[in-house]
Design a protein around this ligand. Structure first.
Ligand SMILES: [Zn+2]
Ligand SMILES: [Zn+2]
Length: 651
């Protein structure tokens, strides 16, 4: 035991070392005690894993990591502080503005304001940025201040018209609420904001920021309450990082599937149909059909059997499955059919179970792998609907595998192999997460152990890079979640594999074992593409609308230069159509250059120009959307080239 008097405290450092400091020392004092250079760079601290102010007091035994701009955790401090500077700037420019809340979000932050009689414009945003630069440049100290008399402060906020702050403070009355004070060089408090913190120690660390856009919002997200204006913004530690981010943002906007849909005529959503319900236009329907054909062929190779189940089912089915009890907020209201309540199906599993249960199975029948492109309907709040990515009706590439416990690991290996094959075909890289037992769960510990180790063994045997998501499983199943990374490095929700420890009991899903007794079957849910809507929406962005040849809605466009070349174009088109190539003839009376440009905009992979020279020589003048002019080739040569590209599904 160390001998220590009451005037000292010892803290633990990330490298395993310890430091003893005077009682009352702060994280800043610790930084200074470690090194002068660390003290200079310090912007905050992690104390017992919790993000704190640099001037937070330390206690005996704390684990402390001093944060600098190099630590990713410090971005949160930067952005939270920048949000307050933005609010200060807004109130400086619009004295009637009242502040609501200003949290950090992924990649940035926002702040909500009520500004009477003024709608913020893009010009306002640059003015606010200028004012923020002035505030940050003047190097105000940001100081945590515990409110001594909360009731007095509430009254003060009310008298200033800061009704949102007053309401928040009222709510957090008993949480030792704090203000953060902006103090100028002379020690005068020039502004303050209600906040739990933590923040940077000074505004002059906030240098590289950008206000991005304004949108409407409601106080507390409630449309019956005050309408607010929300400014989205971001901040980084360097100009380089900010520029990189803005470039990524621009790239993502260019790839937005809703934007590309207009250019490429892919899908639509209509008020008359209802939000979140997707109309697939011929171009995207073609992409989907080709993907579905590929999907079916892969499943046939892997011993799956296809089934179809209806879009409606009696409520009784969802009572047995437990969905009525645990999932009803995602299900649509019942409809009455002959006095019986029916529901639109939210999941395909109960239907597949009914097919399994329609006859007795022996262990010799197993594994049984049912697959369906099954359309389901789930309620999503209108505010979260987003193009094809978040919708109310969608088709899952769903499958349920019924097997014995001994077969489970092999079945999961099979699924992982399919996942790998599919994701590589579409050009996604991915990472797997093993989500383990949550705090509340159904099923026995042995079942969880059996299922989780089967999932983990399969991951190990396939040599997959995976991370453990501790407690991230659903209450009835451990699972593997796969995250995809697209062409610009964004993360997408990908395939999932779950081992269900609930439904087999609820439905008495069983088989007759070698011993002649009934055994509970193991049931695996898995989706590889997820939903066709989200997957295709994601693909549009991943490819930036330029689908690879095997998926392209139109693979070839034939461009006769003049009317007299139409016949040759028609012959070419017939020959290509005959072997399954998707070809169009563009013989509008526009110039050839115009039509080539148009085909480029439509991202058609191959353009064939046919004029006198081509007709006379029986050669085709071939252009590729990216490689440009490929010179002359015969119809046969072109076909061979395309067919090899298509059959290899090359990118
Ligand atoms: Zn704050
Ligand atoms: Zn399922």
């Amino acid at each position: 035991m160390s001998t220590k008097n009451g005037s000292e405290l010892t803290v633990h450092l990330p490298d395993g070392g310890k430091k003893t400091l005077a009682t009352g020392s702060t994280a800043a004092d610790l930084a200074k005690a470690i090194s002068q250079s660390l003290h200079k760079k310090a912007v905050g601290a992690l104390i017992n894993e919790e993000l704190r102010d640099l001037y937070a007091p330390l206690a005996e035994g704390n684990k402390v990591k001093i944060l600098t701009a190099d630590d990713p955790e410090s971005l949160e401090l930067l952005r939270h502080s920048a949000a307050h500077v933005m609010a200060e700037a807004v109130q400086a420019l619009f004295p009637k503005a009242k502040v609501a809340i200003g949290p950090t979000i992924e990649d940035g932050f926002y702040y909500d304001f009520e500004i009477p009689d003024h709608a913020l414009s893009p010009e306002d945003l640059s003015k606010i940025e200028e004012e923020m630069k002035r505030i940050s440049g003047s190097g105000h100290k940001i100081i945590r201040y515990q409110i001594p008399d909360v009731d007095k402060k509430i009254a003060e906020f009310k008298s200033l018209g800061e009704k949102f702050k007053a309401e928040l403070l009222e709510e957090h009355k008993n949480d030792s609420p704090t203000l953060y004070l902006m103090e100028d060089k002379s020690g005068k408090v020039v502004w303050n904001d209600l906040c739990r913190g933590p923040h940077l120690p000074s505004t002059n660390l906030i240098k590289y920021f950008k206000l991005l856009k304004v949108s409407g919002a409601y106080w507390r997200g409630d449309e019956k309450k005050e309408q607010l204006q929300r400014i989205y913004a971001t901040a980084f530690w360097s100009q380089q990082a900010l520029d990189d981010y803005l470039r990524r943002l621009e790239e993502a906007e260019k790839r937005d599937h809703r934007r590309l849909s207009k250019q490429l005529d892919l899908f639509s959503v209509h008020e008359e149909v209802g939000p979140g319900l997707i109309m697939w236009h011929p171009n995207l329907a073609t992409v989907r059909r080709v993907i579905e054909d590929f999907w079916r062929a892969e499943h046939i190779r892997r011993g799956y059997q296809f089934v179809y189940t209806p879009h409606l089912a009696s409520e009784e089915l969802y009572r047995i499955s437990g969905h009525l009890e645990t999932y009803s907020e995602n299900m649509y209201s019942p409809m009455d059919i002959d006095g019986q309540a029916y529901r639109a199906k939210p999941m395909n599993c109960p239907g597949h179970i009914m097919i399994y249960k329609s006859r007795l199975h022996s262990y010799r029948d197993l594994p049984i792998r049912f697959a369906e492109l099954g359309t389901v309907y789930r309620y999503e709040r209108s505010g979260v609907l987003h193009g094809m990515l978040r919708v109310r009706g969608f088709t899952q590439d769903d499958s349920h595998i019924f097997c014995t416990p001994e077969q489970l690991e092999g079945e999961i290996m099979g699924v992982l192999d399919l996942v790998d094959n599919m994701m590589r075909t579409f050009g996604y890289t991915y990472k797997a997460y093993l989500a383990t037992r949550p705090e509340k769960y159904l099923g026995t510990d042995e079942e969880w152990e059996m299922a989780t180790s089967a999932l983990e063994n399969a991951l190990k045997k396939r040599n997959l890079d995976y991370a453990i998501d501790e407690g991230g499983g659903v209450f009835y199943a451990p699972k593997i979640d796969v995250k995809l990374f697209d062409a610009i490095g964004r993360e997408w929700q990908g395939p999932t594999v779950q081992v269900d420890l609930n439904l087999p009991s609820r439905f008495d899903v069983s088989y007759i074992g070698e011993d002649g007794n009934r055994h509970k079957a193991v049931m695996v849910h898995r989706a590889v593409l997820g939903s066709m809507e989200r997957f295709c929406g994601g693909l549009i962005e991943h490819y930036a609308g330029a689908f690879p040849l095997w998926l392209a809605p139109t693979q070839v466009v034939a461009l006769p230069i003049a009317d007299r070349h139409y016949q040759a174009a028609k012959e070419l088109s017939d020959a290509l159509t005959e072997v399954g190539v998707r070809v169009q003839i563009d013989h509008r009376s526009e110039t050839i250059n115009y039509r080539i440009r148009e085909a480029q905009v439509q991202q058609v992979p191959y353009m064939i120009v046919i004029g006198d020279k081509e007709v006379a020589s029986k050669q085709l003048s071939v252009r590729h959307r990216r490689e440009g002019d490929l010179g002359l080739m015969s119809t046969d040569q072109l076909l061979k080239k395309m067919q090899s590209e298509i059959s290899q599904r090359s990118m």
